[in-house]
Design a protein around this ligand. Structure first.
Ligand code: TYM
Length: 344
């Protein structure tokens, strides 16, 4: 028994990367974890406002993500499913952690650089001074660390791209516990999803991402079979017309095979599928990938449609989640406050 925590930003319905890299893993953990293991799945709406948008849109995106989490099979009676902004202790712990966290470490993190499309060589000095880098985007990892540490999390299931944030989280634990000579924060382990990073359909060198301006670069878990087929059909491959699995030399084709492997009912590896599909034309590969993705997502799609229109159900799940999360967060914060000297 331990504590599992993970989060997802409500910035649009989940895509195949979110599904294979995170959500499906969450569901598996829910179904296989020890009955005493606590599971927290958080819709991180406070992280999402690093990109501000109209309030009506934010509202809609939050409920869509809640419907998505239920659609993939998370059970609110087994897990705590909640919106980050409804538990104010996340922001409280963020401030506390930021008082022992190192800006040097934060300035080396790659995410804010990639969000600003600036490349690895961007530095704080030349951006911060010009006001281009918002403080919230810079301190984003501190809030993420607070999310995790607030629940005394032992395991965090995420995709490959979150590895650096988890290392930083452990750094926050060391800094805080050392400063206050306490053991009250618990260092979590990263559980990287077994599926490889899902890449963009249009630019196979980049990861599939909700923030990519081209909608054609991704497939959402709510897409119809027709939409799925159209996007796979339009996926960038290369000039060779037969199938081989060569991730370095043929990233577009390899990504399709890797997606197919992620959804393969027999669980075959990309290498194995590449071998078995030798001699297939690219068009045949695309048809096969579209078919298996559509079939495997059929149930999720139906459940999403039902949940999305059931606002009462979604509200109930949120209220129940907030209650359970607040209870646990309160316990951790009492210990943190005592360690600092804030208790009466
Ligand atoms: P987010 O919302 O970008 O993504 C949610 C989850 O999906 C995984 N993922 C991918 N996996 C494989 N291939 C891809 N192309 C791909 N794109 C996304 C991510 O690894 C992630 O597991 N910072 C986090 C949210 C967060 C969080 C947390 C996560 C906030 N607090 C605490 C864990 C614990 C993020 O932006 O995820």
């Amino acid at each position: 028994p331990g504590v599992i925590f993970s989060g997802i930003q409500p910035t649009g319905e989940p895509h195949l990367g979110n599904y294979l890299g995170a959500l499906r893993q969450w569901k598996r953990l829910q179904d296989t974890a020890h009955p005493k293991t606590k599971l927290f799945f958080c819709i991180v709406d406070m992280h999402a406002i690093t990109t501000p948008r109209p309030p009506e849109e934010m509202q809609e995106l939050r409920w869509k993500m809640m419907a998505s989490l239920l659609a993939v099979g998370l059970d609110p009676d087994r897990c705590t499913i909640f919106f980050q902004s409804t538990v104010p202790q996340h922001a409280e712990l963020q401030w506390i952690l930021s008082c022992t966290a190192s800006t040097g470490y934060l300035s080396r993190m790659t995410q804010w650089k990639s969000k600003l499309n600036l490349g690895e060589n961007a530095t704080l000095d030349n951006l911060g001074a010009k006001g281009l880098l918002k403080h919230g985007l810079f301190s984003y990892p501190v809030l993420q660390a607070a999310d995790i540490l607030l629940y005394r999390t032992t395991h965090v299931p995420v995709g490959e791209d979150q590895r650096q944030h988890l290392e930083f989280t452990r750094e926050c634990v060391t800094n805080f516990n050392h400063t206050y000579k306490t053991k009250c924060l618990v260092s979590p382990q990263t559980l990287i999803s077994p599926t490889r990073r899902v890449m963009s359909l249009t630019k196979p060198g980049d990861k599939m991402s909700k923030s990519d301006l081209s909608a054609k670069s991704r497939i959402l878990i709510t897409h119809s079979p027709k939409e799925i087929a159209a996007r796979i059909n339009g996926a960038t491959t290369d000039s060779l017309n037969t199938v081989t699995y060569e991730p370095e030399a043929r990233p577009g084709v390899a990504n399709l095979i890797s997606i197919m492997s992620g959804f393969d009912p027999q669980g075959r590896s990309p290498e194995q599928l590449g071998e078995e599909m030798q001699g297939y034309k690219i068009r045949e590969l695309k048809e096969a990938v579209a078919r298996v993705v559509s079939d495997q997502l059929a149930e999720v799609r139906e459940r999403y449609a039902a949940f999305e229109s059931d606002k009462d159900k979604l509200r109930k799940v949120s209220v129940q989640g907030t209650e359970k999360a607040t209870l646990q967060a309160g316990e951790t914060m009492a210990a943190v406050r005592e360690a600092i000297g804030f208790s009466d």
